[in-house]
Write a protein that binds this ligand. Structure first.
Ligand SMILES: [Zn+2]
Length: 358
């Protein structure tokens, strides 16, 4: 990490960022940036990899403006990437899930910079107005981490279930999730479980719910998102990708149906983002069957024309990422450093997909 920062610093001082930024090589490439949430309270302290502060988001957009980058809507950017007509220094912004903070915290900043963004909306919790169980459970346990409480009696466990240190809290969270799954709890019942956990930890769950933390936007809020700035795309209905054809296709079709109903007048969704960044070779044919043309991952890289359209790399921006690292990615320099390849694919399938794309 420190070595990388030193390399970035040296490269920037040597003028390499600006040379690359203006190079024909960079011009043939697109940087897609991913955000999840923008904190309404202390969410970035709980999960600095999922949440950034509004100030941080603003600083990034300012850096892109200062660097002369062109922020394009993702749909335009992908078309122009493959057509070979990208403008210089192209960047596209994406936000995953569609939580309440998108409208309250991200949108005002996007408006301030007139920066378009794609929102990958998961729709089940848009229709069922409750905090997302897995994540809010984690957040509530974190908030109660200094309570010294033990949650064993909630699930009737003979073993202790403490909420600190971190490793124990993770184990406790896992056991609560398993408990909910084993009982087949509904979304409403899972919410009652979180409320009981919060009560035991002395965490004010009513306040968390009132603020809208970890809730997906309500249907009317999604309807009201400005079409000139926000393009709503697919992220599955229940934020999951079953490795089963019928269940997978249903996730996309249910998601698609809700989005079409909420975004009347917008083109039919053809972009998709793999929930939690998980993809599998089987998905490609199924996505094609659902008219999905482009899909983004969480594998950091610039996108070139060689990229398979259903495996577009994307830089996840976090609180842990320095301004220097962000600039290194925007210029393209960071993409030149050796990196771990996370694409694990059946090469035959990829060949088939590429041939089909022609
Ligand atoms: Zn997601």
């Amino acid at each position: 990490m420190q070595l990388k920062q030193a390399i970035f610093r040296a490269a920037r001082s040597a003028g390499m960022f600006s040379i690359l930024r203006d190079s024909p090589w960079r011009r043939r490439r697109l940087l897609i940036v991913c955000y999840h949430g923008v904190s309404m309270d202390d969410e970035h302290e709980w999960s600095p990899s999922l949440y950034v502060t509004q100030d941080r988001l603003r600083a990034r957009l300012q850096a892109l403006r200062d660097g002369g980058y062109t922020i394009l809507p993702l749909a335009d950017a992908t078309e122009r990437l493959y057509a070979g007509t990208l403008p210089p220094r192209s960047v596209a912004l994406t936000f995953d899930d569609g939580a309440v903070d998108f409208e309250r915290r991200a949108l005002p900043v996007l408006r301030e910079f007139n920066a378009p963004a794609t929102l990958y909306l998961t729709t089940y919790y848009c229709l069922h107005r409750l905090p997302v169980f897995d994540t809010v459970l984690s957040y509530v346990l974190w908030k109660g981490r200094d309570s010294g409480a033990d949650l064993a009696s909630i699930v009737g466990s003979a073993q202790p279930m403490p909420v600190s240190p971190d490793s124990e809290r993770n184990a406790t969270r896992q056991r609560l999730r398993e408990h909910a799954a084993a009982l087949g709890l509904s979304a409403g019942e899972k919410d009652v479980l979180v409320a009981r956990v919060a009560g035991r930890l002395g965490v004010n769950y009513d306040a968390i719910k009132a603020r809208g933390t970890l809730q997906i936007m309500a249907p009317d809020t999604v309807r009201g998102l400005p079409g000139d700035l926000v393009d709503v795309q697919l992220h599955t209905h229940r934020h999951r990708t079953p490795i089963d054809h019928d269940q997978f296709v249903r996730e996309i079709r249910d998601n698609d149906a809700v989005i079409r109903e909420l975004r009347i007048g917008a083109p039919a969704p053809t972009h998709f983002c793999y929930p939690s960044g998980d993809y599998h070779g089987e998905f490609f044919d199924w996505l094609h069957e659902c008219q999905v043309q482009y899909a983004t991952t969480c594998v950091p890289d610039l996108v070139s024309r060689d990229a398979y359209p259903l495996l577009l790399p994307r830089l996840v921006d976090t609180m842990e990422q320095s301004a220097l690292t962000f600039e290194a990615w925007a210029s393209g320099f960071a993409a030149l450093l050796p990196k771990r390849r996370a694409f694990r694919l059946d090469p035959e399938r990829l060949t088939v997909g590429e041939a089909v794309r022609g």
